[in-house]
Design a protein around this ligand. Structure first.
Ligand SMILES: [Fe+2]
Length: 246
């Protein structure tokens, strides 16, 4: 009898990292990780006695939780719904993770309220919030890596690249221009040069020149000079003024 063995995580990771197929989680997860690291660093270095610094942290954590909650909604509505049609068993564990993340987000919001309120115990509350954030981000890092390996592999087994792209396009069509700009900024901070050029090339294909000009400007604004020059060169655009080489 022929036995089909489940590939190991190493085999799945190797297959996904070296293939030329669409990776629907890659860019957005790199953006989310940057947002998570920025927020965690802000929480780590907070002067809890300073009301202004506390308000800034509360706003930053609130932004992170809002974005994570929205991201869960995007994956549930567009990615998991599609996978459930063709690979229902593969998506079960990821659905469980998402429910756990929603509970964690609720608990973090309660802790955030305590930090926002201040008072004599605020330093302890701020440290408790920081530790809860490290757990939340840790769980998310592992979960996102699983989506970028195991779940991406499942997508490839059951969907063509054209079908995956159509799912992505349906999701992107729900974004306001402000939302698209927000995610593009975090992607600029988190993607490498090749990924950024791929993102920009996709934008150039999919939008009128004036709108693309706006996107490119927005990406460039997030980059240090050397990376701006590399992106310009990758896009076949004139060198960035003031830079001779990259
Ligand atoms: Fe997810």
């Amino acid at each position: 009898m022929l036995m089909t063995e489940t590939p190991t995580l190493y085999e799945t990771t190797t297959a996904v990292c070296h293939a030329g197929r669409l990776q629907p989680y890659r860019f957005i997860h790199k953006a989310l990780r940057m947002l998570m690291f920025r927020t965690l660093q802000q929480a780590a270095t907070l002067d809890a006695a300073d009301a202004t610094a506390r308000a800034a942290l509360v706003a930053a954590v609130d932004e992170l939780l809002e974005v994570c909650s929205e991201h869960l909604g995007h994956e549930n509505t567009f990615f998991h719904a599609a996978l459930r049609e063709r690979a229902p068993r593969a998506v079960l564990a990821f659905d469980d993770d998402h429910q756990g993340h929603e509970l964690s987000i609720g608990a973090l919001r309660t802790q955030l309220g305590r930090v926002a309120a201040g008072g004599t115990a605020v330093r302890g509350e701020a440290y408790a919030l920081y530790l809860a954030l490290t757990r939340f981000i840790g769980e998310n890092l592992e979960h996102m890596a699983d989506e970028e390996t195991r779940l991406t592999h499942t997508f490839w087994q059951h969907f063509s690249d054209a079908e995956i792209e159509a799912i992505e396009q349906r999701l992107l069509a729900t974004f306001s221009p402000e939302k698209s700009a927000y995610y593009a900024r975090w992607m600029a901070r988190g993607l490498d040069d090749v990924e950024l050029a791929t993102l920009a090339a996709g934008a150039r294909e999919g939008m009128p020149p004036a709108a693309f000009g706006g996107v490119l400007e927005l990406l460039m604004a997030e980059l240090p000079p050397l990376r701006r020059a590399r992106l310009a060169r990758a896009m076949g655009l004139p060198p960035v003024p003031g830079l001779v080489t990259a």
